[in-house]
Design a protein around this ligand. Structure first.
Ligand SMILES: [Zn+2]
Length: 228
């Protein structure tokens, strides 16, 4: 469960303590930046550093670039905040969970010039289509697919699934958004992950059991907390 912003961090950190199946990431979502005063960015990132140092999070995120949020949070600010997240992920040995909506050219540039965390980079709810898979994979990213792979009109997401090397493939619900078929339009739930696994397996012409095993193993590689 990734955070969207500082107001969620303390509550999220309580969840793994009550149930170890629940693991959390801490970060500042680019869509939240327009609501946060820019002068609070530095103190919030300092607090993020100390919370990550105290343990309890398995990743840094969400963070990233959001084109539609640029009028309220200019790209320069989004990039500065994203830079800070990447530095913290490196410092704390954690993977980075990256959001990218309608900002893929800027994200590709950023990835090319940034020292990325050794623990990995996940492009969550991947929306870059088949054309950008090679560049992202070449930069070491994992691609995580959500509900759209299950929608009847899906073409590009399925092509992107097929082009992604097996060991870089992940799935997620992105709940409560983007519910998979047949729940589309309703509130998404973690339990619907199985629908996304099935759609991913169908795209690859394999059984849901086999692809489920593969995806589980990929997730455990990235997030050691799930190995115990
Ligand atoms: Zn997102």
């Amino acid at each position: 469960m990734p955070a969207i912003g500082p107001g969620a961090w303390d509550a999220l950190l309580g969840l793994p303590r009550s149930d170890r199946r629940l693991q959390v990431a801490l970060g500042i979502h680019p869509q939240l930046l327009p609501e946060l005063p820019e002068e609070d960015d530095a103190p919030a990132l300092e607090r993020l550093d100390s919370l990550l140092g105290a343990g309890g999070a398995v990743a840094v995120g969400e963070c990233g670039l959001d084109g539609p949020s640029a009028p309220g949070a200019p790209m320069e600010r989004q990039l500065r905040v994203l830079d800070a997240h990447a530095r913290l992920a490196r410092k704390h040995g954690l993977p980075l969970l990256v959001h990218c909506q309608k900002a893929h050219a800027a994200l590709e540039e950023w990835l090319a010039r940034t020292q990325l965390p050794d623990a990995g980079v996940v492009l969550h709810s991947y929306s870059g289509g088949p054309g950008r898979v090679a560049a992202y994979v070449g930069r070491g990213c994992h691609l995580s697919f959500a509900g759209p792979v299950s929608w009847p009109e899906a073409r590009k997401p399925l092509e992107a699934v097929r082009l992604t090397p097996r060991e870089r493939l992940l799935v997620e619900t992105d709940a409560p958004d983007q519910a998979p078929a047949p729940h589309r339009g309703g509130r998404n739930e973690p339990a619907f992950l199985v629908r996304i696994v099935e759609a991913t397996a169908a795209a690859l012409g394999e059984s849901a059991e086999a692809i489920g095993m593969l995806l589980g193993e990929n997730a455990r590689q990235l997030f050691p907390a799930f190995r115990r």
